[in-house]
Design a protein around this ligand. Structure first.
Ligand code: PGA
Length: 252
């Protein structure tokens, strides 16, 4: 894994209320000792970012957004939230191109790249999501699809960003690729990044996401090239999420 610090990120999606912010305090208590070795991030819904950042102040938990506008400048864009606004509210990271946005909001690779670039311009680290559908995997198109998404969605200027490999069919269900398959795709992503960004690509962390939970996280973290995880459902409760974090080999 080299010098890349593992990142374990929780994506709360459209779940959570102010009362759930107590989970952040509970999470910091159990995972605090591992914070020197592992970055822990919670991405709550946009309206909870500011109070979540307040809750996390002085603690080992970082806060991020789940999406941002592609516009780096303030603009007449009703309903959108800029990366600069997320940063102002206390976010350090932002997820872009999650498959639920690619599917439900028809987000293209090009739009995702613009969002990643706007995030970097605002001082945030984007987490760029990629991943094949079940049909694409069945058709033997994993390398083609994921390679294309990485090339076209990664921020053009390079720099600090994270890639999350999330097979669409593994999200929100119970099945994941085999450890060997996860390793293969991570190697392919690293190779693609090296082709784009040269030696700088070694610094990019590549996370696995899709049905990661306390039971399977430990073995997924042992796969070479896996620099952490993007976790949905199992990040909502501090008890589950801390079990995932403490199951990382770097936590001991
Ligand atoms: P899941 O979601 O862990 O609930 O499968 C992962 C994600 O969509 O980021």
């Amino acid at each position: 894994m080299g010098a890349r610090k593992p990142l374990i990120a929780g994506n709360w999606k459209m779940f959570g209320r102010n009362a759930d912010l107590a989970e952040i305090g509970a999470l910091a208590e159990t995972t605090g000792p591992a914070a020197a070795k592992i970055e822990v991030l919670i991405c709550p819904p946009a309206v909870l970012i500011a109070p979540a950042a307040w809750q996390a102040r002085g603690k080992s938990i970082l806060i991020g957004g789940q999406d941002c506008s592609p516009s780096a400048a303030d603009a007449a864009r009703t309903g959108e939230i800029s990366a600069a606004m997320l940063a102002d509210a206390g976010a350090r990271y932002v997820i872009v191109g999650h498959s639920e946005r690619r599917q439900n909001h028809k987000e293209t690779d090009d739009l995702v790249r613009q969002k990643a670039e706007a995030a970097i311009a605002a001082g945030l680290t984007p987490i760029v999501c990629v991943g094949e559908t079940q049909a694409e995997r069945a058709a033997g198109q994993v390398a083609e699809v994921v390679g294309r998404q990485v090339k076209a969605s990664a921020p053009g200027q390079g720099g600090a960003f994270v890639v999350a490999y999330e097979p669409v069919w593994a999200i929100g269900g119970n099945s994941t690729p085999t450890l060997a398959e996860i390793g293969e795709v991570h190697a392919l992503i690293r190779e693609t990044l090296a082709g784009q960004f040269g030696a700088q690509a070694n610094e990019t962390r590549i996370l696995y996401g899709g049905s990661v939970g306390p039971k399977n996280a430990g073995e997924i973290f042992t796969v070479p090239g896996v620099d952490g995880a993007l976790v949905g459902r199992a990040s909502l409760k501090a008890s589950d999420f801390s079990a995932i974090i403490l199951g990382h080999p770097a936590a001991v």
